[in-house]
Every structure is written in C-alpha cells, then in structure tokens.
Design a protein around this ligand. Sequence first.
Ligand code: ADP
Length: 268
Amino acid sequence: MPGVETPIAAPPSRPYICFDGVAKRYAQRGGSAPASILEGIDLTVQEGEFVSLIGPSGCGKSTMLKLVAGLTPVSAGSIRIEGLTPENAREIVSFIFQDPTLLPWRTVEQNVALRLELEGVTRIRRQEKVASLLELVGLSHAAGSYPRQLSGGMKMRVSIARALSTRPRVLLMDEPFAALDEISRDRLNEEMLRLQAEQGWTAMFVTHSVAEAVFLSHRVLVLSAHPGRIAHEVAVPLPYPRTAETRLTPEFEQVVAHVSRLLRGVHR
Ligand code: ADP
C-alpha cells in the first residue's frame, strides 16, 4: 500500500504541536489588502513525530515553521507547543536553516559552544557538552578546524550540533540539506533519524525532495498554494530503523510515487 491518506499518529504518543484554524496574512507594500499566505491550517504533530512539508514554492511551508518558532505571529487561530504559545516555547524549539551561518573566525567547537555561552553555561560544562555533541555528529576530529576548512556536509553537521546544544524538544528544519550533494544528503538524512531515535525530539521539516520527505518522515503533508492549505496527508508505512537499504525497497518507491503524484496535482 503506497501510503494511507488518513492521519495516523506514527509513534504512539501525545499531541505536541497543535495548529488550530491557523491563518497567516502578510501586510503588502503600498497599503493594498494583506496577502493571504496560509488559511485553515489544522494540524496536530505528535510528540516524537517527524513531519515533512512539501509543496509548490511560495505556498507557505517556511511560514509554518516561522509561526511555530514564534518569529512571526499568526493572523487567526492558534498554535500551541506542549500547551505553550510559540513565544513562550522558544527555549524548547531549535531552527536549522539551509545556510549553516557559522562564524568564520570561530573554530568548529567554538561555533557549537555559541549558544551555551549565551546561556551562561560554565566553561568546563561547555567543553563536556561540545565534545559529546561533536561525537554525536561525527566531527570530533575537526573540533579545531575553521569553517573555511570544512565541506558543505561538515558545515551542516556543525549547524546540527549547535541546534541540538540547547537540548530542544522541537527541531524545525527549512531545507537544511538542499545545497548538499546527494551522497552527503542521504548520509545526513540517515544521521538525522539516528539522532531523533536517540533524543526523541519532534520534527517539522521543509523540503522539495519527495524522496527525502518520505525517507525521513512518519507523515508527509502536501500543501497547495494561494492560499497555502494542507491538501493531503500521507502516513509513511515504512518500518524503522530506516537505512540506506530502505531506499532500495519497492515499498519506498511506491510511497515516493504516490506523494509525487499528489504533488503534481497541487502544482496544476
Ligand atoms: P515556501 O516556504 O513554501 O516557499 P514561504 O513561507 O517562504 O513559502 O512564503 C510564502 C509567501 O509569503 C511567499 O509569497 C512570500 O513572498 C511571502 N512572504 C514570506 N515572508 C514574508 C514577509 N515577511 N512579508 C511579506 N511576505 C512574505
């Protein structure tokens, strides 16, 4: 079966991120009526669930993440994260962007330590934490390197380690691997699943790659545009642990084909 079109809470869990009748409008330049970006978004993401958002450019995927991060307010409806408003949930939410935005004058370990410094974590404790984060993302050997000495995939690992340094319960990712070659991307996808299995955070992930969305997710949401709405939800019935072998199975290909068809439908 290539995916089931009813919402199936993949991990037996509890509601964690709840969108209730959310709409988003952005003010337009020149005083014309605000542009309606998202309308009627009702969505419950379970604790520990990995949900991907896919849809035409400009349909509001990034905006959905920004709303959860409290970077911009909803225009109607509400969002709650473990019962908290996005503004009050900032401490438990981390964001990873496509651009790793590392500070070029800081080494890998100093970049990873940045948020811990801002939080006032002591030096000894920081060193311990950074060492374990670098081990987690397979970068212990590069602790003293500078960003210019790293490949794109390594930079992204630093960005992931930095995002995980505050022990987030929610990880928001906006096309984090889009700039990487396919091998690096596949490898990082596998690592994200390993990290999530170890740490149990809840993920919302924006991508343009159907294969990436299917591989990573318990559930893929296909958005339509103008205004952005959730047009389809596909529960991904592939077993865990998912590995490189998973991508070679007919079941994986079937779900990818199914989501691709739905995506073509919303592009019309
Ligand atoms: P996606 O991630 O699906 O490509 P976005 O959420 O980035 O889409 O953007 C959705 C729409 O909202 C786009 O038309 C974009 O131009 C518009 N938009 C995004 N941010 C702003 C903003 N700060 N002010 C006005 N319009 C915005």
